[in-house]
Design a protein around this ligand. Structure first.
Ligand code: PA5
Length: 428
């Protein structure tokens, strides 16, 4: 068992027997593809299928080519077309500037200052672009891509630009596919039956990861093994379903917010990915938990006061990693003016672990906030692949328990229509 849903700190014992039938029924509807939005269940067995696909060796090869030939990879995408890649790259390679190829995120904003500065920075760099858009018409992404393309073509010429651009898009239709065919860009496919927020195990997430040197085979194997484990229909034996039922139960009892907490700054983007997954999948028909996130210790010194003593509209879900990827000892000091010698010789992980225990005690026992603890041994490519799938499966179950379609996002279109009308786009 790679991930354990520890419910010892939620302040009650959930009667899972009363959910058994409902969970088994939903599980069947996922397997038989009969539930709402079932045209978008391609992610369920995607990892296994992709491991056998012809595209994967080409993707790994292209990742290597980009890594060996460029200084900066610009990932141009938004929402499901960038959050998974960013989450994985930061979780597995950190947030500090990289020694080899570095990564820059664009296509998720209209901010002219940010975009101008990014282009000015790229002007003197040997950069490549992975533009990612299923529809090809997402305005944030398309505008940034037009600017990036112009910069490459004007500076290096059309042929060099062609080599530097790789597109990930729908395999059959869309503006980006048409443009890529016309310009001769290498393309990778986001399958039609997988939505953006479930696409991290496709080329959408995997190509930027491969370019940054991440072992994408290990990540896919993690997701594949998770798919096997979470096929279990019995909620008492399925950790992903246990998590889904618990959060649903707390919602039914009146909690409005789920605060997803990590203790690793490198996992902040994973919490962003998680927020999109649950927010876009569940937040409809006036229902569902608002997905929020925090990074401890950082946020203990900002949100900590509210969590401990503010209005209790939320519960916490803590991702607890048992082993850090690296550790270091705390040095002794002969004067001990900072009073830290009582920790000398201990590893930093000892302090992190005690902080985690102290916070859990303060929040769960002290303030009575239900705390779900998701326990995972470590953060490597395999376990991250496992974790992505854990959340995807839990999210599908959770949305279905709420009676909503986990795979559409009708609300996202409202701002777009208004914006297009205000911009004077033809037809709006
Ligand atoms: O999950 C989703 O469907 C969205 O976040 C989309 O991925 C996002 O809006 C980007 O869309 P596209 O890939 O069509 O540019």
């Amino acid at each position: 068992m790679m991930i354990r849903t520890n419910l010892e700190h939620i302040g009650e014992a959930i009667d899972f027997a009363s959910y058994k039938e409902e969970v088994a029924r939903i599980d069947r509807s996922i397997k038989e593809r009969t539930g709402k939005g079932s045209d978008f269940l391609g992610w369920v067995d995607q990892a296994d299928e992709y491991l056998k696909s012809e595209e994967l060796p080409r993707l790994i090869e292209t990742g290597k080519r980009l890594r060996e030939n460029y200084e900066v990879l610009v990932v141009c995408g938004i929402g499901g077309s960038y959050l998974g890649a960013r989450a994985a790259i930061e979780a597995l390679t950190g947030t500090l500037p990289k020694k080899g190829i570095d990564v820059l995120w664009l296509g998720e904003t209209f901010d002219p200052t940010y975009i101008s500065r990014a282009l000015a920075y790229l002007k003197d760099k040997k950069f490549c672009v992975n533009v990612i858009s299923k529809s090809g018409t997402t305005t944030e992404t398309a505008l940034s891509f037009r600017l990036l393309r112009n910069l490459l073509e004007e500076r290096d010429g059309k042929e060099a630009a062609r080599k530097a651009i790789v597109a990930t898009t729908d395999g059959k239709k869309g503006a980006l596919l048409t443009l890529s065919r016309q310009e001769g860009y290498e393309t990778f496919v986001l399958p039609g039956d997988i939505g953006g927020r479930y696409s991290v195990q496709t080329a959408v997430g995997l190509l930027p990861m491969a370019a940054m040197g991440i072992d994408v085979m290990a990540l896919l194997n993690g997701s594949k093994d998770a798919a096997k484990e979470y096929r279990e229909p019995d909620v008492t034996k399925n950790e992903a379903y246990k998590y889904a039922v618990c959060r649903h139960h707390l919602y039914e009892k009146g909690k409005k917010v789920e605060l997803f907490c990590t203790y690793l700054p490198t996992l902040v983007q994973l919490t962003e990915w998680w927020k999109q997954l649950f927010g876009e999948s569940e937040g409809k028909e006036g229902k569902s938990l608002f997905p929020a996130s925090a990074c401890f210790s950082t946020d203990l010194h900002s949100l900590g006061q509210f969590i401990q003593e503010g209005s209790q509209i939320f519960f916490e879900t803590i991702l607890h990693l048992e082993k850090p990827e690296e550790d270091l000892p705390i040095p002794g000091d002969k004067d001990d003016l900072d009073g830290l010698n009582y920790l000398a010789g201990k590893p930093l992980s000892f302090v992190q672990e005690r902080a985690f225990r102290g916070v859990l005690e303060a929040h769960a026992e002290g303030a009575g906030i239900p705390n779900i603890v998701l326990e995972m041994e470590r953060m490597d490519a395999y376990s991250l692949g496992y974790l992505f799938y854990f959340f995807e499966k839990a999210c599908a179950m959770s949305a279905y328990l709420n009676g909503v379609n986990p795979f559409d996002q009708p609300g996202v279109e409202v701002y777009k229509r208004n914006m297009f009308r205000l911009l004077g786009k033809p037809g709006f």
